[in-house]
Design a protein around this ligand. Sequence first.
Ligand SMILES: Nc1ncnc2c1ncn2[C@@H]1O[C@H](COP(=O)(O)OP(=O)(O)OP(=O)(O)O)[C@@H](O)[C@H]1O
Ligand SMILES: [Mg+2]
Length: 245
Amino acid sequence: MSEREERQETASGGLLLEAAGVGRVFGSGNAAVTALKDIRLGVQQGTITALKGRSGSGKTTLLNILSSLDEPNEGRVFFRGRDITGLTAKARDALRRKEIGLVFQSFGLIPLMSAYENVEFGLRIAGTPTSGNRGAAERALERVGMRERMKHRPSELSGGEQQRVAIARAIAHEPELLIADEPTAELDTKMGLQVMRVFRDLVTRTGMTIVMTTHDPGLMELVDHVIELEDGRIVAQTTREHSLV
Ligand SMILES: Nc1ncnc2c1ncn2[C@@H]1O[C@H](COP(=O)(O)OP(=O)(O)OP(=O)(O)O)[C@@H](O)[C@H]1O
Ligand SMILES: [Mg+2]
């Protein structure tokens, strides 16, 4: 059984991610800000979850904790059943490099590099062995529909195309989990929809799990699970039976 088939096999059941009573306070004393309080959630493997909520409600803070970029002050986070709270910085780095891909609002591509070079460079700085990188980079670009334009530099691509290259860079090492903070915020509706189509395709074909944030009510219709935050707490959760993309 190939790795992908195995992944799909487990995709039907099981939580990929779980947060149990997660809290995060920044600063201390009078300046302390409670960004998250008693967050309890489970993310099913092979689904798209969107976090929504007003600016400052804690979405980015929660994504950073779920992707092990940051640690909670309270509670625990489980990734495939394994407690990832309290790991050393080195162990968290290793976890991210192997299992997690990150996408940001502003794409973060290197201007002087072509689309292909950006993806390949991402693999190299993540420390994956160089042999096979070419194939992995091209496969990732193919997945997001950008293989034909892989020789173009970011300035020669539309915003939506740049974001698709950034997604290719994030998935080139075939992570289990893709975390995307406002991936469509700088895109118009049409390009935002393209990005959502790429996400759905990744989930359907590879069993990847995606957790994202968005302010766009239209995109909320296209995900499997919506979690609403208010002042660092979960105030509503909805699950859709059938996704629309
Ligand atoms: N490093 C930090 N130091 C101090 N306070 C922080 C830090 N990061 C976030 N906060 C505070 O935590 C709260 C939640 O911030 P967060 O960035 O998670 O919100 P958000 O929902 O992502 O907002 P936006 O929609 O504007 O991106 C805010 O009050 C913010 O000011
Ligand atoms: Mg944010």
